[in-house]
Ligand binder design. Structure first.
Ligand code: SF4
Length: 191
């Protein structure tokens, strides 16, 4: 059967079902219900753009020790005031982004003089970042400007936030930036 013939036949079948009085809305709702009936819901934020739409991630797996959880569905969060359950076409593909085999799952470092990236643990990444911040701050700290005014700046560091950063995270991030004296800041977050 040709694809065109198949599509025509399917459209005719759906039209026939509606004409006979079948309620397809109910069938569609049942299908959706079956798909997510045994999943765990996790609320999150779409990472793609600054609109920051709320999403619900449905994960299959009963959290038993030897069961690998798998994300089977992602949809807009109806309780999120920004998008009220809707997602744009890009956000609607989030499941494939989460399940992408090329997704980075560990921090990486390219050491001085090296030509490649190495996987490192989160503990190592965090302690190295802390070390670099301390060293850079010590090296570039400006206590007073040319007029002798106290400024306490660290112009050797800039900070950039992401669109999945929540208000609470941004509050903490801004406290940290101010304490360290970082003058260059931006955030994509609009949440
Ligand atoms: S769903 Fe679309 S509009 Fe919403 S945050 Fe994601 S990319 Fe932006």
């Amino acid at each position: 059967m040709k694809r065109r013939t198949f599509l025509k036949g399917s459209a005719a079948a759906v039209g026939g079902a509606v004409a006979l009085g079948f309620d397809l809305k109910r069938a569609h709702a049942e299908m959706r219900e079956l798909k997510i009936s045994r999943t765990t819901e996790t609320r999150s934020i779409c990472p793609y753009c600054a609109v920051s739409c709320g999403v619900i991630i449905h994960t299959l797996g009963d959290k038993a020790k030897n069961v690998a959880p798998s994300v089977v569905h992602v949809e807009g969060d109806p309780d999120a005031p920004i998008n009220r359950g809707t997602l744009c076409p890009k956000g609607a593909t989030l499941r494939d982004d989460i399940n992408n085999p090329n997704r980075l799952m560990t921090p990486k470092v390219r050491r001085p003089g090296s030509d490649h990236w190495e996987d490192i643990t989160w503990d190592e990444a965090i302690s190295k970042i802390a070390r670099h911040i301390k060293d850079t701050r010590d090296r570039t700290f400006v206590h007073k400007n040319a007029k002798g005014q106290v400024v306490n700046r660290t112009p050797g560091i800039a900070m950039i936030g992401g669109c999945t950063d929540t208000n609470e995270f941004n509050w903490l991030q801004w406290k940290f930036i101010t304490a360290v004296g970082i003058p260059y800041r931006d955030s994509q977050a609009r949440v």
